[in-house]
Design a protein. Structure first.
Lengths: 105, 120
């Protein structure tokens, strides 16, 4: 099974600042990585797929990068509605989720 | 796209429960569908997948032999039959639409989830 490791577990950020979230795969997953956002009390929502393609409705301040085993989600200027938990997922071989990064004030 | 889950609730260990998902806004019969669960305060755990025509089904090891997924394409419904429930099955169960051909395990759309609590 491919293990996805996210860091950090918690990321304290101020509104307007840049946030960088990392996700590492235990083996190459090519570019088959997605990022999901989950706000408190809500279902997860697909933000990014194919490592860098924004899903419909994802604001342009969200960007994804990486391939192989190292992936990054960047939020260029945090808005109040961006404070949430973010999960990465590989879907190259079956699927596995990372454990999540909580972006908090 | 809308996915609405029904049927969550409190159930005793060892008993059964069925959760349902009503799908609308897309050609349901064309897409593989999934169930993903999330225990309180925990991460995401994939549970089950069903092919568009029900010919292929897959389950997480943690539920294999106890849970069963099925669908009714005529009525646009997805189901998860959960038998021999355990306290560790306590979670919110999400109905999830896949990304379709080539993106089978990309979870494109999620319902709001049905909370299942297994406790005596």
């Amino acid at each position: 099974e491919i293990v996805m490791t996210q860091s950090p577990a918690t990321l304290p950020v101020s509104p307007g600042e840049r946030a960088t979230l990392s996700c590492r795969a235990s083996q190459s997953v090519r570019s088959n990585v997605a990022w999901y956002q989950q706000k408190p009390g809500q279902a997860p929502r697909l933000l990014i797929y194919a490592a860098s393609t924004r899903a419909a409705g994802t604001p342009s301040r969200f960007s994804g990068s990486g391939s192989g085993t190292e992936f990054t989600l960047t939020i260029s200027s945090l808005q109040s509605e961006d404070f949430a938990v973010y999960f990465c997922q590989q879907y190259n071989r079956w699927q596995t989720f990372g454990q999540g990064t909580k972006v908090e004030i | 796209v809308q996915l609405v889950e029904y049927g969550g609730g409190l159930v005793q260990p060892g008993r059964s429960l069925r959760v349902s998902c009503a799908a609308s806004g897309f050609p349901f019969e064309d897409y593989p569908m999934h169930w993903v669960r999330q225990a309180p305060g925990k991460g995401l755990e994939w549970v089950s997948r069903i092919e568009w025509n029900s010919e292929n089904k897959a389950y997480a090891d943690s539920v294999k032999g106890r849970f069963s997924v099925f669908r009714d394409n005529a009525r646009n419904f997805l189901y998860l039959q959960m038998n021999r429930l355990r306290p560790e099955d306590t979670a919110r169960y999400y109905c999830v639409k896949s990304g379709g051909s080539g993106f089978d395990y990309l979870f494109e759309q999620w319902g709001e989830g049905a909370l299942v609590t297994v406790s005596s």
